[in-house]
Ligand binder design. Structure first.
Ligand code: PEP
Ligand code: MN
Length: 334
């Protein structure tokens, strides 16, 4: 249930309603908009008689929300959320451009790539430290050593760091060292991990869409993090599994307008893992920005032929720079 206050309602009017509702055992989420304040009710709303609220002179209207996600819903929070990643704003007209290698391989590699992507216009650096690989025999990432290498690259370039967390035992280390915590496609429904992220960190989370997750399942995963105390979630579409085998996955560009209608959270597109081919990255990245994405996450490698992971979908720094020139033009059109 949502209570929309009149534009003339004061802070005290809002507090009075909040107290009354919470006294009945419900939780509230208050969003102060430019025009109006909205009070979202979370919990068993059968305890509330909407007519008793509708007659309050400071209340404009009372609405029911039938979706199972409340905190992530656009109804509860009509304005776009702007997520602050160590000073880089994402959402509401602020774009994030995350770039870097699939995996951290060495200090020289990461620093060289970090400098190149920064020069090209990236505002965050990615690099996998703990890698979710399909085969247990494949390279699993350099772990904590990689986090320290990313920190050095941050020192040199000033770019905030994005890297994937796979295990809750690393939350404290990520809290200390990482600016944007990525939850990979394979962990999108690891509910115990999502709950811990809500409780143990307020660092922003980049929540990738599961390999075959519906929009609602994906938003419910964001809701898990938010309901446990961390409102800072950015969604990332990275391609879904379809019957097509020519490409690694199929990029769902419809997710951009659909998710923007369903939620207020920013949405970033990862064309690298979607297509799995470097030459698909540029057209899909441009299409995503035209369709309204809040940013891009792109794999860039200085020597893709020799990359430990995902070389085939990685752009060389020159190609990334050329792409970013086109992306900046699209930004101007929006
Ligand atoms: C990645 O970003 O390197 C990655 C493993 O992504 P995903 O979880 O989307 O497969
Ligand atoms: Mn990768």
């Amino acid at each position: 249930m949502i209570i929309v206050m009149k534009s003339s309602a004061t802070k005290e009017d809002v507090a009075k309603i909040k107290e009354g509702v919470e006294a009945k055992g419900l939780r509230t989420s208050i969003v102060v908009g430019e025009e109006q304040t909205i009070i979202g009710l979370i919990g068993d709303t059968t305890k509330i008689d909407p007519r008793s609220l509708e007659v309050v002179p400071t209340v404009e209207k009372v609405m029911y929300v039938s979706v199972p996600y409340k905190l992530a819903s656009r109804h509860f929070h009509p304005e776009d959320s702007v997520i602050d990643v160590s000073g880089v704003k994402v959402g509401g007209g602020n774009y994030c451009y995350i770039a870097g290698p699939c995996s951290v391989e060495s200090e020289e590699q990461v620093i060289e790539i970090a400098k190149a992507v920064k020069k090209a216009g990236a505002n965050m650096l990615r690099g996998g430290a703990f890698k979710p690989r399909t085969s247990p025999y494949a390279f699993q990432g350099m772990g904590s050593t990689a986090l320290d290498i990313l920190l050095k690259a941050k020192e040199v370039t000033g770019l905030p760091i994005v890297t994937e967390l796979m295990d809750e035992s690393h939350i404290e280390e990520f809290e200390e060292k990482v600016d944007l915590i990525q939850i990979g496609a394979r962990n999108m429904q690891n509910f115990s991990l999502l709950k811990e992220l809500g409780k143990r960190t307020t660092k922003p989370i980049l929540l990738k869409r599961g390999l075959s997750a519906t929009y609602e399942e994906w938003i419910m995963s964001a809701e898990y993090i938010m309901a446990n105390g961390n409102p800072n979630v950015i969604l990332c579409e990275r391609g879904i599994r379809t019957f097509e085998t020519y490409t690694r996955n199929t990029l769902d560009l419809q997710a951009i307008p659909v998710l923007q209608r369903m939620t207020h959270l920013p949405i970033v597109i990862d064309p690298s893992h979607a297509g799995g081919k470097y030459w698909l990255v540029e057209p899909m990245a441009q299409a995503a920005m035209i369709a309204g994405a809040d940013g891009l996450m792109i794999e860039v490698h200085n020597d893709p032929e020799c990359a430990m992971c995902d070389g085939a979908q990685s752009l060389k720094p020159e190609k990334y720079e050329a792409l970013m020139t086109k992306i900046k033009k699209i930004e101007e059109l929006r």
